[in-house]
Design a protein around this ligand. Structure first.
Ligand SMILES: C[S@@+](CC[C@H](N)C(=O)[O-])C[C@H]1O[C@@H](n2cnc3c(N)ncnc32)[C@H](O)[C@@H]1O
Length: 267
């Protein structure tokens, strides 16, 4: 099919189903161009936090190995940051199965985790099993407080200036990440508090501009230099004290070898 035929076919489809326009607007190449136009490509730098595992291995548990599970290294990152920075109060947006909350809980005094209420998930037409899986791993943990609401309208004021680390893992659209990041700035206990975003990368190497645009739009420009993609994970992190970093590199030769001893038990 030539370009003109393709154009008219696409045009007809969009007229029939206007929501198809979202596919263009959310296309990563389109978003990457917007990001570079607004912030410049050189902004993106990466850090390797996993050198610390050479001295002190960590146990990632629970791990569901199910659809949508974060990477093992995402939970390791959260544990490392909590340990190295003596995090007492951890706040996350996006509970789902409670996997991230449960992985962090042994390392902090208090976990606050916010999710849309089950009834809202029902109204959104979500599958019953998906709804039932919410809080599966975290609901019985003593130091985990489950909060319910939409991060767009939830009253965060009781948690303002209380949190050492804020993990943003709810709605990953640019607008929602921008909003949740502005909220996270208010939750910081001090300027030393850390922010982590999940799904700021589409895989262990490639950036995800849909999320990165939200992060960079929300943060004051002077903080941009301390935002890093985390090598081997899907996360980006804001480290107020900075860290040794390098430019991002796609399809890099491996420079680190992970060893994972896999065990499992039936529930
Ligand atoms: C990717 S999952 C979180 C995974 C979890 N952090 C983990 O790693 O185990 C995202 C969750 O955010 C919730 N969510 C989406 N939009 C939200 C919003 N606006 N406010 C609160 N929760 C939201 C969804 O219901 C879903 O359970």
């Amino acid at each position: 099919m030539n370009k003109v035929s393709k154009f008219f076919k696409a045009f007809r489809l969009i007229i029939k189903q206007p929501s198809l326009l979202n596919l263009i607007l959310k296309d990563e190449d389109v978003l990457k161009r917007s990001f570079i136009k607004e912030f410049g490509q050189q902004q993106l730098r990466q850090i390797d936090v996993f050198a610390s595992l050479e001295a002190s291995p960590l146990k990632i548990t629970p791990y569901a190995f199910l659809s949508g599970s974060s990477m093992v290294t995402d939970f390791a990152l959260l544990q490392i940051l909590c340990l190295q920075n003596s995090v007492e109060s951890y706040f996350e947006i996006g509970t789902w199965r409670g996997e991230s909350a449960a992985n962090v809980a042994p390392y902090v005094q208090q976990v606050f985790t916010l999710n849309l209420p089950d009834v809202v998930l029902q109204q959104m037409g979500m599958n019953q099993d998906y709804i039932a899986s919410h809080r599966f791993f975290s609901q019985k943990l003593n130091n985990v407080s489950h909060l319910f609401g939409d991060s767009a309208s939830f009253d965060f004021s009781p948690y303002h200036q209380k949190c050492d680390l804020i993990f943003i893992d709810g709605d990953h659209s640019t607008a929602a990440v921008e909003r949740d990041t502005r909220t996270a700035l208010l939750l910081r206990k001090s300027e030393q508090s850390i922010l982590v975003w999940h799904d700021a990368k589409s895989d262990a190497e490639y950036p995800r501009y849909e999320v990165l645009l939200g992060i960079y739009r929300a943060l004051p420009e002077e903080l941009h230099k301390n935002v890093y993609l985390v090598k081997h994970s899907l996360c980006a992190v804001y480290l107020p004290q900075g860290a040794p970093s390098s430019t991002i590199q796609m399809n890099a030769l491996p420079n680190r070898l992970f060893e994972i001893a896999v065990t499992s038990k039936a529930l």
